[in-house]
Design a protein around this ligand. Structure first.
Ligand SMILES: C[S@@+](CC[C@H](N)C(=O)[O-])C[C@H]1O[C@@H](n2cnc3c(N)ncnc32)[C@H](O)[C@@H]1O
Length: 171
């Protein structure tokens, strides 16, 4: 007799399990990304940052930032007078992101703050950010509609939203 483990019975994975999963894979997440996308995720991320319209001095948010690829790119875009918030609910991913930030010497990288939080309940005021990015995050949140509502709430102008998923859907 074959017994399906709880992970294999096609039930949707709940938020806690996703969080635990991303915590567990944090040490190998970057290598996995390179391997699975054959390095192409680096190009897609540069495109997402460019599409976001982030400029020098802007205050920007990277939702579901993971190990910080987009936030680190945004950091250079907005410069020392700007501010980047990288938000994720995985403590381990944020810890990898922070150590990557600390290993960089350019002055601008001090403009990033890592925030442990839920994409479905953003802790920021309405219209707080000039630009928002989300890389491979929408597919991972349990409630996509709520995530989008929250993003639109904290964003100043719609044209400054850049998500790898949204662009993939609209092209
Ligand atoms: C596939 S990773 C993408 C990481 C990064 N943006 C990148 O492109 O490499 C998805 C991330 O979404 C985070 N995540 C999923 N649901 C979340 C939620 N509700 N709130 C905050 N972060 C969430 C996970 O912890 C994980 O780090």
């Amino acid at each position: 007799m074959i017994t399906l483990s709880p992970c294999c019975n096609f039930r949707p994975i709940c938020a806690n399990e996703r969080q635990a999963l991303f915590n567990r894979i944090a040490p190998v997440y970057d290598n996995l990304n390179d391997l699975l996308s054959l390095g192409r995720h680096r190009i897609w991320k540069r495109m997402a940052v460019s599409w976001s319209g982030a400029k020098m001095g802007h205050r920007v948010l990277d939702v579901c930032c993971g190990s910080g690829d987009l936030a680190l790119l945004l950091s250079e875009k907005v410069g020392s007078n700007g501010k980047v918030i990288g938000l994720d609910f995985s403590e381990e991913q944020l810890s990898v992101a922070a150590s990557r930030q600390n290993s960089r010497t350019k002055n601008c990288f001090t403009n990033i703050e890592w925030v442990e939080g839920d994409a479905l309940d953003l802790l920021f005021d309405d219209g707080w950010f000039d630009a928002i990015t989300m890389g491979y995050g929408l597919r991972n949140v349990v409630d996509k509609r709520k995530a989008m509502q929250e993003i639109l709430r904290v964003l100043k102008a719609l044209e400054c939203l850049s998500s790898t998923s949204i662009k993939a859907m609209s092209y």
